[in-house]
Design a binder for this molecule. Structure first.
Ligand SMILES: [Zn+2]
Length: 440
């Protein structure tokens, strides 16, 4: 079986490549990229004129909710949503019920995500750093690494004890396992439901001060510097956190960081009439934060863009703001939000955009993804993107089980139209049918 993706703009940050050309897939492998001379025995052709051909997108921060909260999302629906969003590899977070804190449950995740009913994307699990996400005792990280975890994290329940975090980093250095750190000093943030400031005072809601994020960011960066443990800072939201990361990188700390689309799109003002879709942890900040986060995206201080896809059921979010859970359903819109708000505005070039959505996340977590170099990934992982198509996100047409989607009814410019992981796993209705031909 030989599949040709013809005449697209090939954007592969792993090779610094941004050229017009074609990609040839044979038996689920990329075998040639660029100007392809041998066009004999082609079985199918996708005409990609005017579209981008990129390495499959990599989402390093996704909540699949299975096991334990299948009413919000399942491995099947979450991976289908990922494929529709242009992703071919995703990392699932350990705050399930029970948490991902032992090898048997890692086996379960890997088996289920590889089943034919699932969306066809690779799922790389992130194991709980401490048993039961309790922040008291390290999990059996060695056994979980052998089972297939790609990083360790306590996600929304970050380790508060600095001695335990030091021990964790010293151990993870030996294991060659990166730590993903949600940075939050809970003695400062406890009970907070939005950014602490004039808007929280006006709405009468308890605020989370930016210092909660920044103190924890500083601590984790310092521990990374002194232990040598690679630490990936999850979902930065304040200009202060970014300044700390910039400084600590300059001192040689092996730290990287990500931003989620909510935090470069919306501010605390969007909470307006107590809309629970905008309740985030860390909270949405201010216009000044967004301006400085954009600069940090541009200068490379912010390495990656991740969805932090956090599905919740309608009955869970249709409650008073204080009682609602944190997070939003975002995986199907993250690429479009990024193209619209960062690429079309000139903040990121196309190459930088795909780097932050694919190549860099793969490099940070040592994943077999994020490149179009033949033979570098177990099967062909690539995404075809129309950067200019205008469309409106409709949560009622989404694959995700949950509808807590703040991007609902917003119009975007740019969309993934085809996703390949091995063969085609998703074809969008906006992909023109006359651009596909089969010769078998
Ligand atoms: Zn998360």
């Amino acid at each position: 079986m030989r599949t040709l993706l013809r005449n697209g703009r090939i954007i592969d940050p792993s090779q610094g490549l941004d050229v017009i050309g074609s990609v040839l897939i044979e038996d689920d492998q990329v075998i040639e990229v660029g100007e392809i001379e041998d066009l004999s025995d082609i079985d199918e052709v996708y005409d990609c004129t005017g579209f981008w051909i990129t390495p499959g997108l990599v989402d390093m921060h996704v909540h699949l909710r299975e096991p334990g909260q299948e009413h919000k999302e399942t491995i099947q629906t979450g991976t289908q949503a990922a494929a529709a969003g242009g992703y071919t590899t995703i990392c699932c977070m350990p705050n399930t019920n029970p948490p991902l804190d032992n090898p048997a449950i890692i086996d379960f995740i890997l088996d289920k995500s590889a089943s034919p009913e699932a969306g066809g994307v690779f799922v790389a699990p992130v194991g709980a750093l401490t048993k039961g996400l309790q922040g008291k005792e390290l999990s059996n990280l060695g056994a979980m690494k052998r089972a297939g975890i790609v990083a360790a994290s306590d996600e929304g329940f970050p380790v508060q004890n600095s001695q335990l975090m030091t021990d964790a980093m010293e151990f993870c250095v030996q294991l060659g396992l990166p730590i993903m750190a949600h940075c939050d000093d809970t003695s400062l943030s406890e009970g907070g439901v939005m950014n602490d400031g004039a808007v929280s005072a006006m709405l009468g809601l308890k605020g989370t001060p930016r210092t909660a994020e920044e103190i924890a960011t500083m601590r984790n960066c310092l521990l990374s510097l002194h232990t040598g443990c690679p630490v990936h800072i999850m979902r930065v939201s304040t200009w202060g956190a970014v300044e700390i990361i910039r400084l600590m990188k300059s001192l040689g700390a092996p730290v990287t960081c990500e931003i989620c689309p909510m935090h470069f799109t919306f501010t605390e003002e969007h909470i307006g009439d107590f809309d629970t879709k905008f309740k985030m942890q860390p909270p949405l900040r201010t216009k000044v934060d967004i301006e400085l986060l954009e600069q940090a995206l541009q200068d490379g201080t912010i390495d990656c863009i991740a969805s932090d896809h956090s599905p919740h059921a309608s009955h869970e979010v249709d409650v008073p703001f204080d009682e609602a859970p944190y997070g939003a359903s975002t995986i199907e819109a993250t690429l479009a939000v990024t193209l619209t708000n960062l690429m079309h505005t000139g903040i990121l070039t196309p190459l930088e955009t795909i780097n932050k959505l694919s190549t860099k996340p793969a490099q940070v977590l040592h994943l077999d993804a994020g490149t179009l170099v033949p033979g570098e990934t177990p099967v062909a992982q690539l995404t075809v993107i129309d950067p200019n198509v205008e469309w409106k996100f409709d949560r009622n047409k989404s694959f995700s089980k949950s509808k807590n989607a703040p991007f609902h009814n917003m119009t975007f410019k740019g969309k993934a139209l085809l996703t390949f992981c091995g063969g085609e796993i998703y074809r969008d209705a906006l992909f023109p049918s006359e651009r596909y031909a089969i010769y078998m």
